[in-house]
Write a protein that binds this ligand. Structure first.
Ligand code: SAM
Length: 281
C-alpha cells in the first residue's frame, strides 16, 4: 500500500485519521521490508501486531509466519482489516485497546515466550505498553517496535545521561536493546512532526532476578526517580526504614549522595535484593 492507496482507501471510507490514536500510517515499502526483516521470521513463528492500521506492516508479516494476532482499537480500521485479511486462517484480529488487553490477568500471566511482537506502535501508548510487556513473566522473545526517536533513545540510554530514566530500567530489566534504525517523517501518512526509529529488543536469556522481585524492583526504580535532581537516598525515604536504605546502599557499593540517574541496572537489581532481604514476598 503506497501513499496514494492509503489516501484513496481513507477517502472511499470517509475515514479521517485521529491524532489521539497516533494514526501515522507507514507507506514506505523499503522501511516496511526492513522492519519485517528485523523480525528474523521463520514459517513457524507467531507474531503479535499492535495497531495494524490499514495493514501495511501486516501484509509483510502475514505470508512469513504461522500465526498473526493483531490488536486494533479503531472500529473503522478493524472493518478494513477484516476485508483485507479475514480469509487468511492464520490471521486473528482483536478489536480492543492493547493496554487493556495486556492488563487482563490471563494475558499478563500467559506464556508469550514463543511469540514475537512486531509493530509500528501508536506513540501515545508505546512506553506504557513496553513496560507492561517487560512486566510479564513470560513476555515475547523479541520486540521489533517503531516509536518516536526520542523514546527509542531513552530505551537505549546509559547511566549519567539525561535520557537514562525509569523507562530504560523497567524495560531493560527484561529486554536487551539491539539494532536500531531511524525512520524519516516522510515515510508516514500523515507525516509526524518528529523522527521515528525502529528498535529491536531481545528477551534476556538469563533473567536478572527471580519473578517475585519484579514488583519490588519497579517500586525501587519509581521511587528512586521520583525527583530526578534529588539524591536517591532522599527519594527512597519512607519506603523502607532509613537504616535499611543506608545498609542496602552500602552493600550495593553506592555513595549515599548518588542520584538515581548514575545508578546502573545491575546496581538497581542488587539494591532491590538488599532492600527486600528479610521481607516476605
Ligand atoms: N501499523 C500501521 C502502519 O504502520 O501503517 C498503523 C500504525 S499507527 C502508528 C498506530 C495504530 O494503532 C493505529 O491503527 C491506531 O488506530 C492503533 N491504536 C492506537 N491506540 C491503540 C491501542 N491503545 N490499542 C490498539 N490499537 C491502537
Amino acid at each position: 500500500m503506497n501513499r496514494t492507496d492509503i489516501r484513496e482507501t481513507l477517502d472511499e471510507e470517509s475515514i479521517r485519521l485521529t491524532k489521539s490514536l497516533g494514526q501515522n500510517l507507514l507507506h514506505d515499502q523499503n522501511v516496511l521490508r526492513r522492519i519485517a526483516k528485523a523480525g528474523d521470521l521463520s514459517p513457524t513463528d507467531k507474531v503479535l501486531e499492535i495497531g495494524p492500521g490499514l495493514g501495511a506492516l501486516t501484509a509483510h508479516l502475514l505470508p512469513a509466519v504461522s500465526q498473526l494476532t493483531a490488536i486494533e482499537m479503531d472500529r473503522r480500521l478493524e472493518a478494513k482489516l477484516r476485508e483485507r485479511f479475514g480469509s487468511e486462517s492464520h490471521f486473528e484480529l482483536q478489536h480492543c485497546d492493547a493496554l487493556k488487553f495486556f492488563a487482563q490477568p490471563e494475558n499478563q500471566s500467559a506464556d508469550w515466550s514463543e511469540w514475537k511482537l512486531i509493530s509500528n506502535l501508536p506513540y501515545s501508548v508505546a512506553s506504557p505498553l513496553l513496560v507492561d510487556l517487560a512486566a510479564m513473566p513470560r513476555g515475547p522473545e523479541r520486540l521489533v517496535v517503531t516509536l518516536q526517536l526520542e523514546v527509542a533513545q531513552r530505551l537505549c540510554a546509559v547511566p549519567g545521561t539525561k535520557e537514562y530514566s525509569k523507562l530504560t530500567l523497567l524495560v531493560g530489566c527484561r529486554y536487551e536493546a539491539g539494532e536500531m534504525f531511524r525512520i524519516s517523517p516522510h515515510c508516514f501518512f500523515p507525516e509526524p512532526r518528529v523522527d521515528s526509529a525502529c528498535l529491536t529488543f531481545h528477551r534476556r536469556a538469563e533473567p536478572l532476578f527471580a519473578d517475585e522481585l519484579y514488583k519490588p524492583f519497579k517500586t525501587v526504580v519509581k521511587r528512586a526517580f521520583s525527583q530526578r535532581r534529588k539524591m536517591m537516598r532522599k527519594n527512597l525515604k519512607g519506603g523502607w526504614p532509613d537504616d535499611k536504605i543506608d545498609a542496602a546502599m552500602a552493600a550495593t557499593g553506592l555513595d549515599s549522595k548518588i542520584r538515581a540517574e548514575k545508578v546502573t541496572l545491575a546496581e538497581f537489581v542488587k539494591l532491590t535484593q538488599e532492600l527486600q532481604e528479610g521481607i516476605e514476598q
